[in-house]
Design a binder for this molecule. Sequence first.
Ligand code: MN
Ligand code: MN
Length: 286
Amino acid sequence: MTEFFADAEASFNDARFIFYGYPFEGTACFRKGTAKAPDEIRRHSYNFETYLMELGIDLSDVALNDYGNLELTKDQGKNESLVTDLVTKIVNGGKFPIGLGGEHSLTPPAVKAVQAKYPNLVVVILDAHLDFRVEYENNPRSHATVTRRVSEIVGAGQVCSIGTRSVSRAEISEARGIGLKFIESGWTELREYLADLIDDLDGPVYLSLDMDAIDPAFAPGVGTPEPFGMTPYEVIQTINFFADRIVGFDCVEVCPPYDNGNTSALAARLTRHLVGAIWQTQQRFK
Ligand code: MN
Ligand code: MN
């Protein structure tokens, strides 16, 4: 790691929000390079003002810490333990974990730690893909199995995917059979669905942002781009709808070698908005 996420100047003990990097791309199936994303997102975070105009919040008033990157190997079992151990330490300290991927396989071990602290945890996943395969290329820890693993941890009724537009036939029929909630991108007024969703899902929320949920016009630098995606404003809307309940977050799947810089910048800016929105709505973080 060359530099911390912008404004993450507090110590671990003093901070309310803890960033950590997950520079892993071991199961990426199409374009490689997402292991470089945590440092690229950090680099682009310096582009922005500390003041968030849309919220009236200045991030220099918020205690942020950047733990750095996890020391990962090819052993995904060990990597998962590193994620779970760190996120457990963060949430048990009353702090908010922010994972910077790396590929989406970051999410299940993070959710496992957050769910241990909040047993009625709801997981909202923004993703072009349903990621509901039981395994992919014989690997149950693939980035294509994330929603499946998460639903095994918190229960399928506690999971909702948003931005869905790419599934296998087997995935969609199983997801429908199990009653997994998902909102297709593009065809709906998202706001109406979000309002229903909030009534449906009670409890604290872990939000996982797979950047390929966003249309490739806005976020071209991802591992597996899918047309017909969400706008950045819809992501902001989703964050704002759940802001008073979000207890953990990750931003994954940025792929710098295929980026013109704008995807890392968008990831950094959306993450900054999320911190500000949570700071504004959740008294416990003040
Ligand atoms: Mn994904
Ligand atoms: Mn995806």
